[in-house]
Design a protein around this ligand. Structure first.
Ligand code: C2E
Ligand code: MG
Ligand code: MG
Length: 311
């Protein structure tokens, strides 16, 4: 009853399938008219997204990362936004999944890499003391794209030191196509770029991969950071991740740090770095240049000396 010709039936079935997949798979889903509206919207948005690089509608924002013991800005994370001509500035959570579905995330990701490397070059030229700038990499780029070539090109074009570039991958993205991903990551590592695991603790961590991958850094997911000052379980997880990472020789950065209390507690637990609204929201590159120029190191005292001494 959901169409009078094969084409309509197929496209409506596809809409129902999409809904089932986005709700976690393994379920039955009937088509509805309301679904068609949403499917149309999605198609329109996807078609527009495919033009975004060509039309110069993507923007790269940067969020500073602070070393907890020196209080200095030592890094930044590049976060993409889409300046849609009608809808305004769109957050990545609303279009990255769409870009991943259509494969466009490879083109988009190349743009992000190139743009970030140019920004790194500019900041290096200004003598700003950033150790590295991190770029988020999608699972699709890892398993399907020619990520190694793209990274090589971006490094070559800008002439920046490979160690200035950090790639953020998620645990689940490695699991998507483990063999191919591990191979790609090994080749990236050989280029000299830094690797970090994003949203650590939320996916399926295989600790053996962690070692195999030779990552440099773990990013503690903000879900654990958010309640760590009020929820003992979360505080324990944060503590355990820091201990685990340090014993593997990795640097630890906490994301989503919003309050001084969180910063103090992280410092007491010997977390290395922090990133979050407490320092700054993600802002355009030029704004971050300004921000870094005026930035005074933040002194984060050890909250509880006893906790510190026990380590
Ligand atoms: P992520 O890599 O885990 O980035 C952290 C997100 O947390 C960012 O959201 C950031 O703006 C937000 N955030 C930072 N500090 C705080 C804080 O103190 N409090 C709160 N509540 N949030 C904070 P954003 O920019 O909306 O990005 C969302 C996600 O989109 C990113 O998560 C990343 O997975 C993805 N993404 C962003 N840019 C790219 C990209 O260039 N390529 C790919 N493949 N994915 C990207
Ligand atoms: Mg990230
Ligand atoms: Mg994250």
């Amino acid at each position: 009853a959901d169409g009078r010709d094969a084409e309509t039936l197929q496209s409506n079935a596809a809409a129902a399938l999409h809904q089932a997949k986005s709700r976690g798979r393994s379920m039955l889903q009937f088509f509805s008219m309301e679904m068609m509206g949403r499917a149309k919207e999605r198609l329109t948005l996807e078609a527009a997204l495919r033009q975004s690089v060509k039309r110069d509608e993507l923007r790269l924002f940067y969020q500073p990362q602070v070393d907890l013991s020196s209080g200095q800005i030592v890094g930044a994370e590049a976060l993409v936004r889409w300046q849609h001509p009608k809808l305004g500035l769109i957050a990545p959570n609303e279009f990255i999944p769409l870009a991943e579905e259509s494969g466009y995330v490879v083109t988009l990701g190349d743009w992000v890499l190139r743009t970030a490397c140019r920004q790194i070059k500019q900041w290096a030229g200004l003598g700003l003391p950033l150790r590295q700038v991190a770029v988020n990499v999608s699972a699709i780029q890892l398993s399907r794209g020619s990520l190694v070539e793209s990274v090589k090109e971006a490094l070559l074009e800008t002439g920046i030191a490979p160690g200035r570039l950090e790639l953020e991958i998620t645990e689940s993205s490695v699991m998507l196509d483990t063999e191919k991903s591990l191979e790609t990551l090994a080749r990236l590592k050989a280029l000299g770029v830094q690797l970090s695991i994003d949203d650590f603790g939320t996916g399926y961590s295989s600790l053996s991969y962690l070692q195999q991958l030779e990552v440099n850094k773990l990013k503690i997911d903000m879900a654990f950071v958010r309640d760590m000052t009020t929820n003992r379980n979360n505080a324990s997880i944060v503590k355990a991740v820091i201990a685990l990472g340090h014993s593997l020789g990795l640097e630890i950065i906490a994301e989503g740090v919003e309050t001084p209390e969180q910063a103090h507690q992280l410092r007491s637990l010997r977390c290395d770095m922090m990133q979050g609204y407490l320092i700054s929201k993600p802002i355009p590159g030029d704004d971050l240049t300004q921000f870094m120029t005026n930035f005074k190191p933040i002194y984060v005292p050890l909250e509880d000396q006893r906790v510190a001494n026990r380590r």
